[in-house]
Ligand binder design. Sequence first.
Ligand SMILES: Nc1nc2c(ncn2[C@@H]2O[C@H](COP(=O)(O)OP(=O)(O)O)[C@@H](O)[C@H]2O)c(=O)[nH]1
Ligand SMILES: [Mg+2]
Length: 440
Amino acid sequence: MDKDTIVALATPQGSGGIGIIRLSGNKSKSIAEKITKNPNLRPRYAQLIQFNNNSLQDNAILIYFVAPNSYTGEDVVEFQCHGGRYVTDKVIDLCLNNGARLANPGEFTKRAFENGKISLEQAEGIIDIINAETESEAKAGFSLLNGELFKKVDNMQSLLTSKLAEIEVTLDYPEHDIEYETKESIKKSLLSIKQELEKLINTEQTGRIIKDGINVAILGRPNVGKSSILNKLLGYDRAIVTDVAGTTRDTISESIIYKGIKINLIDTAGIRESQDIVEKIGIDKSIQTIDSADIILLILDNSQDLTKEDKKNIELVKDKNVIFVSNKSDLNKKLNFDNSILVSAKDNKNIDKIKDEIYNKVVDKKIISQDIILTNKRHIQLVKEAYNNINNALENIDKVTLDCIALDIKNAWLNLGAITGQVADEKIIDQIFSRFCLGK
Ligand SMILES: Nc1nc2c(ncn2[C@@H]2O[C@H](COP(=O)(O)OP(=O)(O)O)[C@@H](O)[C@H]2O)c(=O)[nH]1
Ligand SMILES: [Mg+2]
């Protein structure tokens, strides 16, 4: 383990109460001793120290961790100093001048992975926690970091390993006619693994929603109140509202968080026949937005009969996941249309009902409460590949000899191993850690 000692700021740059600088590697302790006036570092104690430098007459808290009992598994020193540009830059400079080098993004966590402190998907859980904006995103990250997926994958791999051993025994002693029993036992195990994998694959859609949010397109002809409803859903005035039809010419996208899930609201230009070039482009964009939306809010005007344009829009979204909203409930009802949520953007009435309906229509209650929801495309891909291997094995087991089945089982094992990093390509590992921020 002859690696460079690395240093980086672990907190965001800029002014703050405290800035944390982290050192990791063999030289951490000696560097810390050189740059401070306190040579006696006690592991796992918060020590008040002073820097040994004229241009840094500051004090800080220092914590020293001895390998392997640290985040990276190496000797680590953390300085908690005053959080400002000058001080943190200066501490980093002192470390660099005394034998450290700047860490790459994610390098501390990469070392934790390389030193066996965490598995690859646990490291990905850490990125998810750092980047989480919503409760559901954070929860998915905690679940990864806590090893929920690891346990599941590890159990499946153990079962596959024992099946491979059974195959080997059967092949080694062909004189004993045990092939039939072996096949039956393998089938049973593979079926149970197939079910487990299926359960994971079924979380894909929910996982995508947790990661990216629910995309909601607000659609309707001009002047029904789309922008007003967007503003009420957001809780502040984002879009311009006027009684001039065609005010919103471009799509406006903003997010809210509802019950721990991000909802991306996309206000669109009202769809109608128009001669105005800019408005026409906006209308084309509105129509494109329909395709990428998980759900469409089609807004109608409660105070008017359905117009030709309304009917066209209803036709346009007929195969989509749609929520119909009749706006302007404060005005006399003229609209004849069932199955819509009656709201008033003007009086802020029933706006939460829209949020509820979006959530209920898109979020699968059974899946959202599961311990493991796959939010990472890499994991989904590998689980699907393992599923295909298992499926192949099951489809062929009665037709071919056991050694052919062994190949599929091995491949399933390898695909599962790639999730946890047991078997993983150096390039993929580098890619994963480069997505980390500096200092993590
Ligand atoms: N009475 C009433 N007027 C509304 C309501 N919502 C919007 N409006 C008005 O309808 C007009 C068009 O609203 P806007 O949000 O710009 O509609 P958009 O073209 O669909 O985006 C504006 O004059 C709004 O003040 C409502 O709930 N009640
Ligand atoms: Mg508008």
